[in-house]
Design a protein around this ligand. Structure first.
Ligand code: PLP
Length: 416
């Protein structure tokens, strides 16, 4: 089928929730995607940070096909080997005690929120239910993770939300300290961002952060700030949760971005890149939080699916080979764009990068790059986001970035 025919099917039968780009992809090989009409594209987006091992990696394909031929699903009422092995591997690289597997990032964060509230209830009784998150954060699209998300634009249309979320400005230790000192379960800041009602102390059970805010604009948090957050949490027995859905699994040059700041969160969530393109996510807990969720308190029919977990094992093998080069590839991108026309700066960590454009609309850049055979993303109106597969070669990365650089320069000239 041609692109036009596929597009017609979408218009007729798929809900219009996405502003999709003008391409229908039919297959991928390594870091190259091919559309329905046979045109090749350099993939600098990885399906929003998912296809970290590229497309159709032979080891990944073998793992997925092998497991599909053995056992696709049996439910969490039984034991299977792939999830047990992946759990051992993930908790080992994360420095965590155990894991719960979900299907997506939002579901992972929902689970972490449940764990935090139960931890607090078990230990302190009620009234300590608030989760503090940061302005500009993004934690998912379910009603609860939208409440956790500190961006007003995501809240429109969907009130009322789950109660017990409050948002504070990022990189502001004093604001967090004040919020921790003031809030209770009565705090409701959805629609009233950054405003914490005056309340007596002891209502917060957790603080959840992204070490680099992805959807918020590829905004790295200061390492000193993150350390201060952890310390404030420790002092109050408030759980410190790192949302590693976008930053994790090697994306930022370490297995988890919190490791780069020398942090030890109580809970870390992950999804996106963990299974190289199949739906898998989860949350890991340290020793202190490892026994909070007990039989009957949490579950997921598809969570820990054997094919996804086998894909996860293969993905971690592949990523471990390229992880030491992630930072150098990120620096290559920054060097290529340094001083380029229309580029203000390049920020981010590892291969999670935001090109801040000086007055050029990022959506226009993405559109133009696509026309010229490069897939990239936005993170707000003036940030072009790159999340290339971690396995990409320096040559292919350079080729793709040069095209984006040209597109930004041309648009800059046009608008000047
Ligand atoms: N948390 C972060 C930091 C994310 O970037 C995302 C998705 O972009 C999510 C959570 C939600 O993940 P999912 O779309 O898999 O539910």
């Amino acid at each position: 089928m041609t692109y036009d025919e596929i597009k017609q099917l979408y218009q007729n039968h798929i809900m219009p929730t996405y502003a999709r780009s003008e391409a229908a992809f039919a297959r991928g090989e390594g870091c190259t995607l091919y559309d329905a009409d046979g045109k090749a594209y350099i993939d600098l987006a990885s399906g929003i940070g998912v296809s970290s091992v590229g497309h159709a990696h032979p080891k990944w394909v073998e793992a997925v096909c092998g497991q599909a031929a053995r056992l696709a699903h049996v439910s969490n009422l039984f034991h299977t080997l792939p999830d047990a092995l992946l759990a051992k591997r993930l908790t080992g690289i994360a420095g965590m005690k155990n894991v719960f597997f979900s299907n997506s990032g939002a579901e992972a964060n929902e689970g972490a929120i449940k764990l935090a509230r139960k931890y607090s209830r078990d230990k302190y009784g009620g009234g300590r239910d608030v989760i503090i998150t940061l302005l500009q954060s993004f934690h998912g699209r379910t009603v609860t993770t939208l409440a956790a998300t500190g961006q007003k634009k995501f809240h429109d249309h969907f009130f009322p939300f789950t109660e017990g979320f409050a948002h504070v400005p990022a990189n502001d230790v004093k604001a967090l300290e004040n919020a921790l000192n003031r809030s209770t379960s009565a705090a409701k800041s959805v629609g009233n961002l950054a405003l914490m009602p005056e309340q007596p102390q002891a209502g917060v059970c957790a603080v959840m952060v992204e070490c680099v805010q992805g959807e918020g604009g590829v905004l790295p948090m200061d390492a000193e700030y993150l350390k201060a957050v952890q310390k404030l949490c420790e002092e109050r027995d408030v759980l410190f949760i790192c949302d590693e859905v976008q930053t994790g699994i090697g994306r930022c040059g370490a297995w988890f971005s919190y490791q780069r700041a020398g942090l030890k969160p109580d809970v870390a969530t992950f999804a996106k890149g963990v299974a190289g393109g199949l739906p898998l996510g989860g949350f890991m807990a340290n020793e202190k939080c490892s026994k909070v969720l007990t039989p009957g308190t949490h579950g997921s029919t598809f969570g820990a699916n054997p094919i996804c977990c086998q894909a996860g094992l293969a993905s971690l093998d592949i990523i471990s080979e390229v992880l030491p080069q992630v930072d150098a590839k990120g620096k290559l991108v920054a060097d290529l764009l340094s001083g380029a026309k229309g580029v203000k700066s390049v920020r981010g960590m590892g291969l999670m990068l935001g090109i801040v454009t000086g007055g050029v609309n990022s959506a226009e850049v993405v559109k133009e790059a696509l026309k010229q055979g490069v897939v990239c993303l936005t993170a707000g109106p003036d940030v072009v986001r790159l999340l290339p597969p971690l396995v990409i070669s320096g040559e292919q990365l350079t080729e793709g970035v040069e095209i984006i650089k040209g597109a930004i320069g041309a648009l800059y000239d046009k608008e000047a």
